[in-house]
Design a protein around this ligand. Structure first.
Ligand SMILES: Nc1nc2c(c(=O)[nH]1)N[C@H]1C(S)=C(S)[C@@H](COP(=O)(O)O)O[C@H]1N2
Ligand SMILES: [Mo]
Length: 348
C-alpha cells in the first residue's frame, strides 16, 4: 500500500474517535451500572428517611384509601426487571429493579372512573404525575430494590418509581404519598417547560443525535484538511494523498454541512419535544452558532474575490473549532454525566 494511503486511513481512524466513543456509550446502556457508579440527580438535598418512620399513603379519587408501611409493602408479590433510567439531559444508567407493579396497588385502591392523573409526592418536595392510562403499564414499578440490595439513599430509598418508557424526571424518588386526581397535574419539571408526556423511545434518544454529530466530525475533519491542502502553493499535509484537493474539499464540506445540519435539526426536534423550547445549553447554542458560521463560510467559498476566499478560511476555521468544542461538551454531558458526579455538570 502507498504511504499516502496509509496516512489517509490513519486520518480517517483518528477522525472516527468520537464515533467509536458514541458506540461505546451506546453499548453502556445495555450493561448494568453498579450502584456505586450510578448517576445521581435531584433538585435539592437527599432526604434522610428511616424505614421505621416511613409510610406510603394512597389517597384521592379511589374507593379504598390505603396506607403501607415498609414491611407491608415489601412483603407484597414483587417483580424484577432490567430497565434504563435516562435523564432528558443525557445521563443514563441501567439496573435490575425490584418492586411492586403499580397497577396492583391501583387495583387494590379501586380507582374511580373520574380519575385522570396519579401524583407522586416525594420527601424532598419534588412531585410528578403519570397519566392514569399510562400508569397501568405492567412494567411500571414501585421499586424498593436495585441490583439486589435495598434502594440506595441517593437512588430514592425507601421507594422510587421505575417507569422504563418515560424519561428520568418521572422516576420519582423518596415517594411518601400517591394521590389520584381528576385533573391534569403539572409536575416539578413540567411546570418549568418540560413535556408532561415524557415518553422515551429508542427514536427519541440523544444517542441518534450523537451519532449524526460524530459522522459530521469525520467529514468536518476531512473538509478542514483538504481545504488547507488546496490553498494555492501550500505545502501543508504533504504526506496525505494528492486527491485531497479542491473537489475532495467540496464534496467533504457538503457532507459535513448536511450531517451537521441533520444533527442540529434532530437536536432541535428532541429539545422542543422534551423541553418545549430551544435554547438552554452551551452545547446547543454553540451548535447553532456553528451551523450559521458553516453556512456563511460555505457561501463565501463560492465567491471568486480573494477577500472572500480569505474570509472563507477564517470563518471555516472558527466554525470547526466551535464544532469541536460543542462535541466535547456533548461528551462531558453524556459520559461524565452518566456516572456519579456533581450536579454542576448537569447544567452545561
Ligand atoms: N424526589 C425526587 N425524585 C427525582 C428527582 C428529584 O429531584 N427528586 N429528579 C428526577 C430526575 S430529573 C432524574 S433524571 C432522576 C435521577 O435519578 P437518579 O438520581 O437515581 O439517577 O430522578 C428523578 N426523580
Ligand atoms: Mo432528569
Amino acid at each position: 500500500m502507498k504511504k499516502s494511503t496509509l496516512y489517509f486511513l490513519g486520518l480517517i481512524l483518528a477522525l472516527s474517535i468520537p464515533l467509536v466513543l458514541v458506540g461505546f456509550n451506546h453499548l453502556l446502556r445495555t450493561i448494568i451500572t453498579p450502584n456505586n457508579l450510578f448517576f445521581e440527580l435531584q433538585i435539592g438535598n437527599v432526604p434522610n428517611i428511616e424505614k421505621e418512620n416511613w409510610s406510603l399513603a394512597i389517597t384521592g379519587a379511589i374507593e379504598n384509601e390505603l396506607v403501607f408501611d415498609y414491611e407491608n409493602l415489601t412483603q407484597m408479590d414483587s417483580v424484577t426487571e432490567i430497565a434504563t433510567l435516562e435523564c432528558v439531559d443525557g445521563p443514563f444508567g441501567t439496573a435490575r429493579w425490584e418492586g411492586v407493579p403499580l397497577f396492583r396497588i391501583l387495583e387494590l385502591a379501586g380507582v374511580l372512573t373520574s380519575a385522570k392523573d396519579l401524583i407522586f409526592y416525594a420527601a424532598d418536595n419534588y412531585s410528578d404525575s403519570l397519566n392514569l392510562k399510562e400508569a397501568y403499564a405492567t412494567n411500571i414499578l414501585l421499586a424498593f430494590k436495585m441490583n439486589g440490595v435495598d434502594l440506595p439513599l441517593a437512588q430514592g430509598f425507601p421507594l422510587r418509581l421505575v417507569c422504563p418508557d418515560h424519561y428520568g424526571y418521572k422516576w420519582v424518588k423518596w415517594i411518601v404519598s400517591i394521590e389520584v386526581v381528576d385533573y391534569d397535574y403539572i409536575g416539578f419539571w413540567e411546570s418549568r417547560g418540560w413535556s408532561d408526556n415524557a415518553m422515551r423511545t429508542n427514536f427519541t434518544s440523544w444517542i441518534t443525535h450523537a451519532y449524526l454529530f460524530s459522522i459530521a466530525f469525520i467529514f468536518g475533519g476531512l473538509a478542514f484538511i483538504s481545504g488547507n491542502k488546496s490553498i494555492p502553493n501550500t505545502k501543508r499535509y504533504p504526506k496525505l494523498p494528492t486527491f485531497m484537493k479542491k473537489r475532495f474539499h467540496l464534496v467533504s464540506s457538503l457532507f459535513f454541512i448536511i450531517s451537521a445540519f441533520a444533527s442540529f435539526i434532530y437536536w432541535s426536534y428532541l429539545t422542543i419535544l422534551t423541553r418545549g423550547a430551544l435554547f438552554y445549553s452551551i452545547h446547543g447554542i454553540l451548535g447553532l452558532i456553528t451551523i450559521i458560521l458553516l453556512i456563511t463560510a460555505a457561501s463565501l467559498g463560492f465567491l471568486k474575490k480573494t477577500k472572500a476566499k480569505e474570509w472563507h478560511q477564517k470563518v471555516s476555521k472558527v466554525a470547526c473549532y466551535l464544532f469541536a468544542i460543542s462535541i466535547l461538551i456533548g461528551f462531558v454531558i453524556s459520559f461524565i454525566g452518566t456516572f456519579r458526579v456533581n450536579q454542576i455538570f448537569m447544567s452545561i
